[in-house]
Design a protein around this ligand. Structure first.
Ligand SMILES: [Fe+2]
Ligand SMILES: [Fe+2]
Length: 322
């Protein structure tokens, strides 16, 4: 195993008086960038948000209202927690800047303030597994029925993917990624109002359109992670599965009406596991079908599924019946 590459976090300073801070740039501590332009700063942060640990705004350079607007947009739109935002301003202005989302107000800023924030050092040491566990527990607390569905779909997907692996359709690595990604296939449902998700009766067309959005909500979550980890295959698999698990092989699915092999293989596998679990468990609007009833229903709409994967599923149905 190679040594983990240490990320070099930068500080971005906004000041109309850059000469004053130019000596900071030769500091061997955190790399330092200076701009006098809010639009440039916004573009830099948007393009590479995760490379900044500190954003420093010199309030002696710009009107307080401009700084407050910038900081509150930053907090609301792209970076609610990190980076640390420091304002160089008199102590008397502390309250007004802190209330719009700044973390610190300092009268003077020195190169010693450029080191990585202590909290970020600790965050770097936190295992990714701790984050995943946090996410899983959040889903469990929010919606136990959704949580149970995610566990079942993960179990069925893993079995089906293993059968695909034995037939050379996917690799070991793809099996591993798919097993984890399938757990998060419906994560976008956390964004759907409970009144729609838990409605006991038949959904109206408008309500069904709202439910359909869960594929795009889930995809946009993973898209955000891809901004940090553009080459991460697990996140890519999770993105494809979240977005396309309701596409149907005959092109009648959603959200993109993809057809046949336009649908990523990962999503074609999860689609079968998902429908089987949905049919064999109680829903808010109906009770569970037996496994044999579920299989009959699935056979009656077999053109929704990848024929090769669906045959593997049917020929090995004993693996899926608890
Ligand atoms: Fe779904
Ligand atoms: Fe599902």
């Amino acid at each position: 195993m190679g040594k983990k590459q240490q990320m070099k976090y930068k500080t971005l300073l906004l000041s109309s008086n850059p000469e004053k801070y130019v000596s900071f740039q030769i500091s061997d501590q955190t790399p330092f960038e200076i701009t006098m332009d809010f639009e440039v700063a916004w573009r830099l942060i948007n393009r590479n948000l995760h490379s900044y640990a500190n954003i420093v705004l010199d309030a002696k350079s710009f009107p307080a209202e401009v700084i407050k607007d910038f900081v509150s947009s930053l907090r609301k739109e792209i970076a609610c927690v990190y980076p640390i935002v420091t304002i160089i301003a008199p102590n008397s202005a502390e309250k007004e800047f802190m209330s719009c989302g700044a973390d610190k107000v300092v009268e003077n800023f020195s190169r010693f303030d450029l080191s990585l924030p202590v909290s970020m050092c600790d965050l770097e040491k936190l295992s990714p597994m701790a984050f995943i566990e946090f996410l899983i527990q959040t889903i469990k607390l929010k919606d136990k029925m959704l949580f149970d569905h995610l566990i079942n779909v993960k179990t069925y997907t893993t079995v089906l993917a293993k059968l695909c692996l034995e037939r050379g359709l996917i690799t070991d690595k793809e099996l591993e990624f798919l097993s984890i990604a399938s757990f998060f296939h419906d994560i976008g449902k956390l964004f759907i109002p409970d009144a729609v998700i838990r409605k006991p009766g038949k959904l109206t067309n408008e309500e069904f359109d709202i439910i359909k959005m869960h594929t795009l909500h889930g995809a946009s979550l993973f898209e955000k992670i891809l901004r940090y980890e553009p080459k991460n295959q697990l996140v890519y698999t999770s993105f494809f599965v979240a977005k396309y698990h309701h596409e149907k092989f005959d092109g009648s699915g959603y959200p993109c009406k993809l057809k046949g092999e336009e649908i990523p293989l990962s999503a074609r596998i999860v689609a079968i596991a998902d429908v089987f679990d949905a049919l064999t468990t109680d829903r808010y609007y109906r009770s569970a079908y037996s496994p044999s009833e579920a299989i009959d229903i699935m056979k009656s709409c077999a053109n929704h599924f990848d024929p090769e994967i669906f045959n593997i599923f049917l020929n090995n149905i004993d693996y899926f019946i608890k």
